[in-house]
Design a protein around this ligand. Sequence first.
Ligand SMILES: C[S@@+](CC[C@H](N)C(=O)[O-])C[C@H]1O[C@@H](n2cnc3c(N)ncnc32)[C@H](O)[C@@H]1O
Length: 269
Amino acid sequence: MISTLIDRLRGAGCVFAEDEARILLDAAHEQAAHASRPSPSSDVTDLLDALVARRIGGEPLEQVVGWVQFCDLRLHVAPGVFIPRQRTVLLAERSIRAMEEAGPSARFLEAFCGVGPVATAVARSVPGAEIHLGDHDETALACARKNVGPRAHSHQLACLTGLPQALLPGGFGVISAVPPYVPDAAAEFLPREAIDHEAPTALFGGVDGLDMVRGLIRDSREWLAPGGTVLIELGREQRHAAAECARTWGYNASSTLGDDEQTTVLELR
Ligand SMILES: C[S@@+](CC[C@H](N)C(=O)[O-])C[C@H]1O[C@@H](n2cnc3c(N)ncnc32)[C@H](O)[C@@H]1O
């Protein structure tokens, strides 16, 4: 069974066909085991066929099997939502450190949270921290709530508009975000899977990619606690323009470059 599966996936252009075959097979077994009662559709072969058809049709593996590995976490993802990227581990690490520095009473917000990779990592590493999630996409928020668990407070937002006034004064000790930051004209450099299966609003940030980054910097002035930290992931070539914008809003800005020499975390205090 497995070698036929590998051949089918390889024939469809899957580069890591062996790994994907194993993951798809495991997913079919898991789904069969969780089927509430035996039925023809809970048969492993039928389930596997359905999963493979979706994958061969071009859907990202993570959306097909319903999860992505992020740090040591297995995060739930639904069809159509943004799939967390491994480069965001850098932002998760910086966020955990900022929360540890902020102290036990600090609230954490992952804005533009998608399925909440950063908030989930913070929730696991900083026991007791109050965790807030914000996104405009209700499907993504539902995944994020599931990933973070019962400590999650979720808010459907336009940038930060829609946060409850009851959180003021005080606001958040740390606000972290991966806003959509791909410049509109860079669409041709994105993988086909992203263009076809993730919402454009989750990817693109205007002419220079910084429309939402500027919105977040502006809105964070109202919501950041005194002495708090804003952490934003963006591309290396965008960091000077974003830092310049942050200075006009009274922030001190510094940045950290990831091992890939491309991903940057902008830190505002
Ligand atoms: C690049 S994804 C990042 C998601 C998540 N932080 C991650 O790293 O996996 C950007 C997210 O911002 C959300 N988004 C886009 N525009 C928004 C807006 N104006 N207000 C709130 N959320 C928005 C999208 O739904 C998407 O989930």
